[in-house]
Write a protein that binds this ligand. Structure first.
Ligand code: FPP
Length: 239
């Protein structure tokens, strides 16, 4: 990196794609791809933490994913349920702070409770912030945020002219979390799929052909190397 310091992105967001294709290639049911994908999530969280990344956000279930076959939706929800119910001890040990982003009201009540419990129990942890997007869509997040702001205007606690960019950021599920520096998408697709649309305005985008269940620390390091070779200008001039 010549004269420049090697930078670790503070916030990495990941669109974990390719679980189904990974499973199909091996003659396995798609749900086995998701199960392997969930294991990779846990490993990458640990690796990211060790590398000095402060926030990791993963896209686990989109507002559009309800359209998948019931059996697959159930399998994904069960994976998330298991994660919420079993990861507290691990989070305590590793000082991880969990936040679920997305509209939680559509989730089963026991899952909502498990999420609320995990968020509450980890909220004072000072290590890596781990955001899991469940029933998440960026347009839906903005719709909910705008409705909140509109309610405040209607009840007189907010003036329309005070709706600045900070107020909009603060109305989103990611309120208080810095925007991602780096967004990674796996398995060859190069689109954003309604993920963090407001927050990634200046993020560097990195696409890899690796399917999510094959993603590992080495791949994360490659993405961070690529990030280090980008010149971030935020609309300014080359320095
Ligand atoms: C995309 O692959 C992946 C998903 C829709 C689900 C991602 C969820 C997990 C990895 C489990 C989450 C677990 C935790 C603990 C957060 P795809 O099914 O769209 O794959 P395809 O495009 O190859 O069909």
């Amino acid at each position: 990196m010549s004269d420049k310091e090697y930078r670790i992105p503070a916030h990495v967001a990941i669109i974990m794609d390719g679980n189904g294709r990974w499973a199909k290639k091996r003659g396995l049911p798609r749900t086995m791809g998701h199960a392997q994908g969930a294991k990779v999530v846990e490993q990458i969280l640990e690796d990211a933490d060790h590398m000095g990344i402060r926030y990791l956000t993963v896209y686990a279930f989109s507002t559009e994913n309800w359209a998948r076959p019931d059996s697959e939706v159930t399998a994904l929800m069960n994976l998330l349920r298991t994660y919420m119910k079993t990861s507290l001890a691990k989070c305590a040990k590793n000082n991880v702070r969990i936040r679920v982003i997305g509209d939680k009201t559509r989730l089963d009540e026991d899952l909502q409770k498990a999420i609320a419990h995990l968020e509450e129990e980890t909220k004072n942890n000072t290590g890596i912030g781990f955001q899991i997007a469940i029933n998440y869509g960026a347009r839906d997040e903005m719709r909910r945020g705008i409705q909140d702001l509109a309610r405040k205007v209607a009840d007189g606690t907010l003036k329309p002219e005070d709706i600045d960019e900070a107020a909009i950021s603060g109305s989103l599920d990611t309120a208080g979390i810095p925007d991602p520096d780096l967004l990674i998408r796996t398995c060859g697709e190069e689109r954003i799929s309604n993920f963090l649309l407001w927050q990634i305005a200046y993020s560097e985008l990195y696409f890899t052909d690796k399917a999510w269940p094959d993603f590992d620390k080495e791949e994360l390091e490659k993405a961070i190397d690529a990030f280090n070779h980008r010149e971030r200008r935020y609309g300014g001039l080359v320095s």
